[in-house]
Design a protein around this ligand. Structure first.
Ligand code: ADP
Ligand code: ADP
Length: 242
């Protein structure tokens, strides 16, 4: 589980901008794929399509064989439950504690988050603590999210993503606003999800050196087209010189 098949996917935004242009990409379970490309290349559009945060114009995207681009209602919810998304701006509820934020991943929707917090079981709270421990943030369990550094917030977002035991983790420029030290911590956390927990990880990054340090495969996008796709063993740093 955790395979993603992108089949001839195009996305044209309502204003006519081409976000994706006939993308084909087969991701096997357990891969750590880094998508590189300049700003505007279509990286974010692709991740949003995989998670069905928006619709595509043409083509299909299969998650373990099921087409998420056409799924509706409960089928869509079931498919989405297997996918965790990590954003550039962490998407934490700033005034809530770290624990509450992590437990919100159990629900997934912040609108229901406050009213349902009381319903979390002891087992859920233990799982939250366990996941926080995995990213070295257990000592911040009761700390408010807005009292954390950017890197710490992203690690909480990763602990939250782990709550739903996803098979696929998508991360859209997760280290964009972080310093080198916290960048390494966040990338190491993603590597842990991939190597030790067997999750398929797909990360959008600007940085080629970082991609080379972590990816098992690098995919390049340019102007909505897939222009590069190699396993890490075949990647040469000069491939990205232009
Ligand atoms: P969100 O507002 O949730 O980030 P959007 O799909 O509106 O989602 O925006 C995604 C990215 O595309 C953003 O970086 C945004 O700046 C950019 N964007 C949004 N609208 C347009 C547009 N009309 N033309 C070009 N780029 C846009
Ligand atoms: P990247 O993540 O690689 O920076 P994006 O996927 O955000 O690229 O954007 C791909 C293209 O789609 C860009 O030309 C961008 O301006 C455009 N775009 C993104 N979101 C929107 C939107 N909501 N409306 C119109 N155009 C958009």
């Amino acid at each position: 589980t955790g395979t993603i098949q992108v089949k001839d996917v195009s996305k044209v935004y309502p204003n006519g901008t081409v976000g994706l242009d006939h993308i084909n990409l087969d991701i096997t379970s357990g891969e750590f794929v880094v998508i590189v490309g300049l700003s505007g290349a279509g990286k974010s559009t692709l991740l949003r399509a995989i998670n069905r945060l928006h619709d595509v114009t043409a083509g299909e995207i299969l998650l373990d064989g099921a087409d998420i681009t056409k799924a509706k209602g409960s089928q869509l919810r079931v498919l989405r439950r297997n996918i965790a998304m990590i954003f550039q701006n962490f998407n934490l509820v700033k005034r809530a504690s770290v624990a509450r934020n992590v437990l919100a991943g159990r629900v997934g929707y912040y609108s229901t988050f406050k009213s349902t917090f009381g319903l979390f079981s002891k087992a859920d709270k233990e799982k939250a603590a366990e996941n926080l421990n995995k990213v070295n943030m257990l000592d911040k369990y009761y700390t408010r999210a807005d009292e954390l550094s950017g890197g710490q917030q992203q690690r909480v977002a990763i602990a939250r993503a782990m709550m739903q035991s996803p098979t696929v983790v998508l991360a859209d420029e997760p280290i964009a606003s972080l310093d080198p030290k916290t960048t390494k911590m966040v990338m190491d956390d993603l590597q842990h999800l991939n190597r030790d927990l067997g999750m398929t990880v797909v990360v959008n990054l600007h940085s080629v050196p970082l991609a080379m340090a972590y990816a098992t495969r690098i995919v390049g996008l340019r102007a909505g087209k897939l222009v590069y796709d190699k396993p890490i063993a075949e990647v040469n740093e000069h491939d990205f010189d232009d």
